[in-house]
Ligand binder design. Structure first.
Ligand code: F6P
Length: 553
């Protein structure tokens, strides 16, 4: 295979910078974090960085000054900064879909200029934000009423993937900033139980459905939206004319929105240069904006923008998304890490890792390069995790004493939510003591001698020994505010960007989701008996037969 790809770039694994990292890894061999800390007494302050309100400690990584230089050399050799600048310039870096990648324009200030095909897209972004703000205020104040004249009390977002995970996650994170008298729910699954459980206790007269779909063709969303419309009209005993007061759409596809029966005056637009998994700060965030209000939503956008500017301008030595992206590559390719844990120590971040799963795994779960050739190196890891301290009593055992290398991000906050009563707020120190203790235990472990010194019987010493040397990042912020949420999300967005750039993959397409959709379409009529199973593989034929028998068909 040639050392060069179609874009004229030398294959990643043929770069001298890649080889240098391989050699460096061999030299590091089994160097333990205990040794690194002993050799560098200032390590705990030396390997820290800041972006906006986020303090990053990366001292507990298996790196030296030399590693960091070599990783930055790799970023230089793979043109990360050039691709980043092309993204900010609005160039069509999503090559397989021939699209610009401009989620950064969604949070650009009003006077910014970002052009796609010679047109400044920023005024359009603010026009939609203003329309969203106006609508949100009308719903929040009760000025927007349903078909029977009653104000809206319930918001139901119907969408899936990027049209669900972002707003659902952010609503959970920012609950304490939300109007508590509004009920906000998110329906995504085509399993009818999702919609059923979400509306069964709601009064249709007070319910607004927000149909969120970039394409407005996603079968789950259109099916649920149609059922929601049937439910609403049935409950109200009304005709189509009631739809306008209870349904709005968030989409790039005005034609399909109109076909569905939603007045395009009630459509909030976004653009093909916003990827679904990068979209909750666009019109897709309408449910969130209604819940937390336009001012808090704009604060969140400012938080995103702070990190965008940092990513665009900070030198490589202090560029936090660049650093986090490179560390992930270090572990994936040189330590054979297959997964990456994100472990937030905040109950409000309960959906954060699920959100990141789409962001990271749909973006970087690729095995073909931009040049159309198979990649010969590891790409995106499996991303997983749930909030601490719960995970400590479930799966942390494997992280501490299992056989796998699992780099982990620990995310915590100095202050508890201002809404907590004093007694509950006092529990915060206990939460955070666990937060700090875990990265300490993971890094330094417990040696056999330390175990013996506690008088442990010799046969139990191996069982009670902690190898340590597990790499972690610690991200600490003062409070969990709308701005800090925006900062955190932008941090991960740009980390994903860096990794895709180094791996030379298109982080902005998602062809891997298509095959299953097509096959499901073929199988559905077989399940109902409209079509024979002929031509399907023997496993699917047998499974479908079992299914039909169990259903009494
Ligand atoms: O099938 C995957 C996907 O296309 C995601 O990328 C996207 O976020 C999701 O489906 C929903 O798509 P849409 O917003 O067009 O309904």
């Amino acid at each position: 295979m040639s050392d060069n790809n179609a874009t004229g770039r030398t294959r990643l694994d043929k770069l001298p910078e890649w080889a240098a990292l391989g050699k460096h890894r061999e030299q590091l061999a089994d160097t333990h974090l205990r040794d690194l800390f002993a050799a560098q007494p200032d390590r705990g302050t030396r390997y820290t960085a800041r972006v906006g309100d986020l303090h990053l400690d990366y001292s507990k990584h298996l790196v030296t000054d030399e590693t960091l230089v070599l990783l930055r050399d790799l970023a230089k050799a793979t043109g990360v900064a050039e691709l980043r600048d092309a993204m900010f310039r609005g160039e069509k870096i999503n090559t397989t879909e021939d699209r610009a990648v401009l989620h950064v324009a969604l949070r650009a200030p009003r006077d910014a200029v970002i052009e796609v095909d010679g047109e400044n897209v920023v005024p359009g972004v603010h026009e939609v934000l203003d329309k969203m703000a106006d609508f949100s205020e009308r719903v929040r104040s009760g000025a927007w009423t349903g078909h029977t004249g009653r104000p809206i009390k319930n918001i139901v977002n119907i969408g899936i993937g990027g049209s669900d995970l972002g707003p659902a996650m952010a609503y959970e994170v920012l609950k304490t900033f939300a109007r508590r008298d509004l009920t906000v729910r998110f329906v995504s699954n085509v399993d009818g139980a999702d919609l059923y459980e979400s509306v069964r206790d709601l009064d249709a007269a007070e319910t607004l459905f927000i149909i969120a779909s970039k394409t407005f063709t996603t079968v789950e969303t259109i099916t649920n939206a149609t059922s929601a419309r049937d439910w609403l009209l049935g409950e109200l005993g009304a005709g189509q004319e009631a739809v306008a007061k209870h349904f709005v759409a968030l989409s790039t596809n005005a034609e399909k929105v109109s076909d569905f029966g939603i007045d395009t005056a009630n459509m909030f637009e976004f653009w093909d240069w916003v990827g679904g998994r990068y979209s909750y700060d666009s019109a897709i965030g309408l449910s969130l904006m209604i819940a937390i209000g336009p001012d808090a939503f704009r604060e969140m956008l400012d938080g995103f923008h702070t990190v965008d500017e940092h990513f665009r301008t900070a030198p490589p030595e202090s560029n936090v998304p660049l650093l986090l992206g490179l560390l992930g590559i270090w572990y994936g390719s040189f330590f054979d890490a297959q997964s990456h844990a994100v472990l937030p120590y905040s109950h409000y971040l309960s959906k954060f890792t699920a959100y990141l799963q789409q962001l990271e795994m749909e973006s970087n779960g690729k095995s073909v390069g931009r040049d159309g050739k198979p990649v010969e190196w590891q790409t995106g890891p499996v991303v997983w995790g749930t909030p601490g301290t719960n995970g400590q009593h479930a799966y942390y055992q494997l992280i501490h004493q299992g056989t796998k290398v699992i780099p982990a991000d620990f995310i915590g906050f100095a202050r508890p939510s201002g809404e907590l009563p004093a007694g509950l707020a006092a529990q915060h120190d206990l939460l955070m003591a666990n937060f700090f203790a875990q990265t300490q235990a993971l890094a330094f472990g417990k040696t056999p001698d330390e175990v013996r010194a506690e008088g442990v019987a010799e046969e139990l010493v191996p069982h009670k020994t902690f190898r340590g040397n597990h790499p972690t990042s610690t991200v600490l912020a003062p409070d969990l505010t709308p701005s800090v949420l925006g900062q955190l999300v932008a941090l991960y967005e740009h980390k994903v960007f860096v990794q895709g750039a180094v791996w030379n993959i298109d982080s902005f397409d998602q062809w891997g989701v298509e095959l299953g959709k097509v096959l499901a379409k073929n199988i559905e009529p077989v399940l109902t008996g409209e079509k024979s199973a002929e031509g399907l593989d023997s496993s699917t034929v047998a499974l479908v037969a079992e299914y039909r028998e169990m259903r009494g068909r």
